[in-house]
Design a protein around this ligand. Structure first.
Ligand SMILES: [Zn+2]
Length: 62
């Protein structure tokens, strides 16, 4: 018996901010490789976290 499949067979990634899997979305079609978070909210969380960590690259950018 074949396994149930989602109707669309989209690629998935794990959000680096919340750790949850998320599926490809059309708005990311241009930059799927660069997408690391599932939502704008997580993107913001990540940015805040990076700021707290204070890597040299972030300091240079700021
Ligand atoms: Zn997330």
């Amino acid at each position: 018996m074949p396994r149930m499949r989602s109707k669309t067979d989209l690629p998935e990634k794990t959000c680096v901010a919340c750790g949850r899997p998320f599926a490809w979305r059309k708005k990311w079609a241009r930059d799927w490789d660069g997408v690391k978070t599932c939502s704008e909210r997580c993107k913001g969380e990540l940015r805040r976290a990076n700021r707290t960590t204070g890597t040299a690259a972030d300091v240079a950018r700021a």
